[in-house]
Design a protein. Sequence first.
Length: 299
Amino acid sequence: MSRNDRMAIAPVSGALGAEVTGIDLARPLAAETVAALRAAWLEYQVLFFPGQKLSDADLERFTLYFGTFGKEPFVDGISTDHPNVLAVIKEADEKRKANFGGNWHSDWSFQQAPPAGTFLYALEVPPYGGDTMWANQYLAYETLSPGLQRLLDDLEAMHSAKRPYGRQGIYADKSQARSMKIRTGIEAEEEIAHPVVRVHPETGRKALYVNQVYTIRFKDMTAVESAPLLDYLYKHATRPEFICRNRWREGTLTMWDNRCTQHYAINDYDGYRRELHRTTCAGDVPVGPHQKQRPIAAQ
């Protein structure tokens, strides 16, 4: 009996998240194992795989079980051999600096077709701190009043990368996150409209789809007009009862469904080094309750 024949999946919180044990991700997986993992991913939204020993090639192979690689717009890969693997690093001497992912967000929601999933593998972690939190955006939508749900079902919001990656963005200051291979520029200031309520393409469930890093305003409204309702939604979307939290251990791989979660990397480990390697798998164009699937334009 192989290790993968003993796979077990156990929830880690009432909101979302499950730990997967009895599986070795450094080995090729059978089709039925991949199918079981996809089903668990769709059910629990975040999966944690402790005790793994993965190379970057292993991480890439596992990612490709769930789709082609996502497009990484402002962060360079670790090498020409592994261009789809990003090194998420904060050095021990980077004190009082911005950390990558240090606010509630959905990865690359400013893209026409944001990633469906994100995969993050821990190589070096601090003795304490540096946890990551995830918030269930199905619950965020489902716990809104029926009246607000009806209003949001018809709204679109504008998303942009300008706050972190624009010419005046956080990372335009090269003293911030200097250990990361981050690029900034005018292309980050483009805006794209996405539905405020997103229908998951596989589960059919509705999820709230705005976040305070990349959502700029509602479509056809100013930022000032949009702010009161958006601020309410940001706070509501990350209520404690919607959240699970991971205390990283070396060798833990985490994968999450970017279409129905937000996440937050906590920056509380000054003086310690943290390195994780990250990949994404490609997603589709977000679709609202009253929209049809839209084709992806040529990149």
